[in-house]
Ligand binder design. Structure first.
Ligand code: HEM
Length: 130
C-alpha cells in the first residue's frame, strides 16, 4: 500500500478504527465454537495487546515491541492448539468485524491477505478435532 503514500494503518483510519474493529472482532471470537474456548473470559488485556500488535503490523507506531519485545507470534501461540479450523475461524471473525465497520476496497483486500498468511503461520497441530 506504500504506493499510495500512506501506511495501511493510516489507510484503515488509524487508532480510532482499529480499536473498533478489534472490539468487534473479539466479540465474534468469544462466540465462535471453534476458538472461544482458547481465550480468557476477560478479553481486555488480549484486546490491548492485539491493538498494539496490529498497529505496528500495519505500519503505525511500534507499540507492541516497545512494551513486550519481539512479537515472536508463532512461539507465543504454541501453548494453544491451533489447527486449520482455528485459523479459518480467526479469519472468519476478522472478516465479519471488517464488514461490520464497512471496511472495503484495497485496504480490506490487503488486511485479509496479510492476516490470512499470518493466521495460517500460527497453525501448530494437524489434529482435525481442535
Ligand atoms: C490462527 C488463529 C489464532 C488463534 C486461535 C489465536 C489465539 C490466541 C490466543 C488464545 C491468545 C492468548 C490470549 C490471551 O491469553 O490473552 C493469542 C494472543 C495473541 N494473538 Fe493470536 N490467535 C490466532 C491468530 C493470530 C493472528 C493472525 C495474529 C496477528 C495478526 C495474532 C496475534 C496475537 C497477539 C498479538 C497476541 C498477544 C500475544 C502476547 O501475549 O503478547 N493471533 N492468540
Amino acid at each position: 500500500m506504500s504506493n499510495i503514500g500512506q501506511s495501511p494503518y493510516e489507510a484503515l483510519g488509524g487508532e480510532a478504527v482499529l480499536t473498533k474493529v478489534i472490539n468487534t472482532f473479539y466479540g465474534y471470537v468469544s462466540e465462535h465454537p471453534d476458538i472461544a474456548h482458547l481465550f480468557p473470559d476477560d478479553l481486555s488485556e488480549t484486546k490491548r495487546k492485539q491493538t498494539q500488535f496490529l498497529t505496528q503490523f500495519l505500519g503505525g507506531p511500534t507499540n507492541y515491541t516497545n512494551e513486550h519485545g519481539h512479537p515472536m507470534l508463532r512461539a507465543r501461540h504454541m501453548p494453544f492448539a491451533i489447527g486449520q479450523k482455528q485459523a479459518e475461524a480467526w479469519i472468519a471473525c476478522m472478516k465479519k468485524a471488517l464488514n461490520t465497520h464497512n471496511i472495503s476496497g484495497p485496504i480490506y483486500d490487503y488486511l485479509v491477505e496479510r492476516l490470512t498468511m499470518t493466521a495460517f503461520h500460527m497453525v501448530n497441530t494437524t489434529n482435525e478435532s481442535n
